[in-house]
Design a protein around this ligand. Sequence first.
Ligand code: URA
Length: 216
Amino acid sequence: MQTIIFNQQQSIFNRFIAEIRDTSIQTDPMRFRRNIERMGEIMAYEISKEFPHAAKDVTTPLGVASETVMTEEPVIASILRAGLPLHQGLLNYFDRAENAFVSAYRKYNEKGDFDIHIEYISSPSLNDKIVLLSDPMLATGTSIELAYKALLHKGKPKHVHIVSLIASEAGVQYVQNMFKDEPVTLWLGAVDEELNSKSYIVPGIGDAGDLAYGSK
Ligand code: URA
């Protein structure tokens, strides 16, 4: 299992991270969604370097060009609803990908504690496929765990790339521990230190689903 953190390098990616965190910019849901989509595109480009490639001759109007092209398409699996803009960004580059969706929501009890519930899943067969599992926020790691377990009913992927924009240190450790002997790569935009008592990432961004779609 390998972990790659994007904001440890200086690039325009960091501006998009800064903007989705910034309360003075978060007020524009269209810009919020588009920033997430743009980060998905940048991450897709980096992830594509890990895909199998082969030589291919391409006929042009004037001759034949020898290119090296990707030989496999992934399944992009996203957690609803916050995963949708990130899903779109990944799909803009992996434009021949198959698509899977899993719903996950927090069900609170009277003490204010919560469990994550998975209710809806739509997925093609995942047997021996490369899967991009996307969720913009990796807080405790439980949503990723439960979504992954639900998706396993559709077959065992040969490699899983988990794609998240903001993670907590505890969530990263949880996921690294869960997948330590598995063919999994964890791609992260940034890692924050804390989770608050409601398991929100601090400083984080707030509620990604609400910010993207402007409702509760
Ligand atoms: N989900 C969010 O949208 N934000 C967090 O901080 C944690 C989980």
